[in-house]
Design a protein around this ligand. Structure first.
Ligand SMILES: [Zn+2]
Length: 302
């Protein structure tokens, strides 16, 4: 998360446990004909992603080798689940940064984007900001692989979300939105950013207050039905949902809130809260499992 202002408006704060599964009606794996329970969120796999990004690779500053390695790691993971991937580069800070897009074969071209940024600020391992978001995004991708929602979602690992030497921020998501073209921007259903999700409760569903807030409202409601403690907030334009909102696309971000290690060398695995990461992973899993044609149609009307 790139944040210049701490000023946030608390729009609504509700924590409401409830039982009902809001997911799609019994997704099936085609071969067996027997409805399978979708895979569970794996905390072990999520932690493996965080370790790989924040420890093995370390700081992933835009247009550097660290960011490139992180992007490659995400692409390989998505491919290992059966997704196709494409990496698109764009210029920042006198070098090249990149976005990785993953889609299920035959998926809609302009569906719901679920994305997070792989880059981090200089000197910070970026465990919470944003290895955490990438980890739960990858888990969501693994869980829905081969199920109906996989045709309705594209996963994007954005480069260059953080503020750069050239003064740009959200450069990867901005490049992505530009690359959609006018027709794609009109057709794209929505975008959910996953940015800093492993340190804090409740889980915040935010918008920058620029674009339609329909996706944020729907996501918050669905997560509450899943028993996740959720609050709605309007924040600064400080994550990858910003460029989508500016294009009039319903976009939102999930965020676990401000925390003392943000953009510090102390944003390490030791300082993130596994139970909060796992909470976020279960929440994103539930949300992507609930994505259906009706949701995309509703978002496109917003
Ligand atoms: Zn950040």
């Amino acid at each position: 998360m790139e944040r210049r202002s701490l000023a946030m408006l608390v729009a609504l704060s509700l924590a409401m446990p409830a039982g009902a599964m809001g997911g799609p009606a019994e997704p099936t794996r085609a071969s067996s004909g027997v409805p399978d329970e979708p895979p569970r969120f794996s905390g072990q796999l999520a932690m493996r992603h965080v370790r790989r990004l924040a420890e093995r690779i370390g700081p992933r500053v835009r247009a550097t080798r660290g960011e490139r390695r992180a992007a490659r790691y995400v692409a390989r993971q998505l491919e290992s689940y059966g997704y196709r991937t494409r990496t698109r580069t764009f210029p920042v800070d006198g070098g090249r940064s990149r976005n990785v897009v993953g889609w299920w074969p035959g998926a809609e071209p302009y569906p719901l984007i679920v994305g997070g940024h792989v880059d981090s600020v200089p000197g910070s391992p970026g465990a919470n900001d944003n290895a955490s978001g990438i980890a739960v995004m990858l888990e969501a991708a693994r869980v829905i692989a081969g199920l109906e929602p996989a045709g309705l979602v594209r996963f994007v690992a954005f480069g260059s979300e953080e503020l750069g030497a050239d003064g740009s921020h959200h450069a990867g998501s901005s490049a992505f939105v530009r690359g959609l073209g006018r027709g794609g921007r009109r057709e794209l259903a929505g975008m959910m950013s996953v940015d800093m999700v492993a340190d804090g409760r409740p889980l915040l569903v935010t918008t920058a207050g620029i674009g339609p807030d329909l996706l944020a409202r729907i996501a918050a409601n669905r997560l509450r039905r899943e028993g996740v403690a959720v609050a709605r907030r309007t924040t600064c334009d400080c994550s990858d949902n910003g460029p989508f909102e500016r294009a009039g696309i319903p976009a939102a971000s999930v965020w676990s809130g401000d925390e003392p290690d943000h953009h510090q060398p102390t944003d390490t695995i030791e300082n993130l809260f596994r139970r909060d990461l796992f909470r976020s992973g279960r929440a994103l899993r539930a949300f992507v499992l609930s994505v259906d044609d009706a949701l995309l149609a509703r978002l496109r009307r917003a």
